[in-house]
Write a protein that binds this ligand. Structure first.
Ligand SMILES: Nc1ncnc2c1ncn2[C@@H]1O[C@H](COP(=O)(O)OP(=O)(O)OP(=O)(O)O)[C@@H](O)[C@H]1O
Ligand SMILES: [Mg+2]
Length: 136
């Protein structure tokens, strides 16, 4: 695997959510992912970055390309923050669970839309990683 950082977006405002979403879609398109997968990835990034703003205040989104000749092309996105953390990760993944006034559908959607979702969260440090792959 040769990892390469495609974009790093500081999530400080709504416009950064859009920038991160756009960067993810562009990389997926450049790597030959279909339009449906481009949209799936963009939507997942958008939900994670929106959570950063709403539940943590600010954070960072890094989009990586990982490729190896003849193998799978992978996009890995890491969204991290230094907010309060997710108290109960299993609960947060259930549709309808929200500690804010949201619908609680963001994380369940991210799980559905991506190949892999990992959440590492404690007070002061949350790291959420998603991957999406394309066979060549
Ligand atoms: N980065 C984060 N920091 C702290 N808590 C988070 C973070 N992301 C998610 N959560 C917690 O997980 C819960 C579920 O997140 P999810 O995105 O599914 O729903 P929501 O953001 O509350 O509503 P929706 O996304 O539907 O508008 C949130 O209500 C919040 O308690
Ligand atoms: Mg949300």
């Amino acid at each position: 695997m040769i990892p390469r950082v495609h974009a790093t977006v500081a999530i400080l405002a709504q416009s950064d959510v859009i920038a991160a979403r756009h960067a993810g879609r562009e990389l997926a398109r450049a790597l030959g992912f279909g339009t449906v997968d481009q949209t799936r990835l963009a939507t997942a990034i958008s939900e994670l970055a929106r959570n950063t703003l709403q539940h943590a205040g600010t954070g960072l989104c890094t989009i990586h390309e990982e490729a190896a000749p003849g193998a799978q092309t992978l996009i890995r996105v890491v969204v991290s923050d230094e907010g309060p953390g997710i108290a109960d990760v299993a609960a947060a993944l259930q549709p309808g669970f929200s500690t804010g006034n949201g619908l609680g559908l963001g994380l369940p959607a991210v799980q559905r839309l991506t190949d892999q979702l990992t959440i590492d969260s404690r007070p002061g440090r949350t790291v959420i990683e998603i991957t999406m792959g394309r066979r060549r």
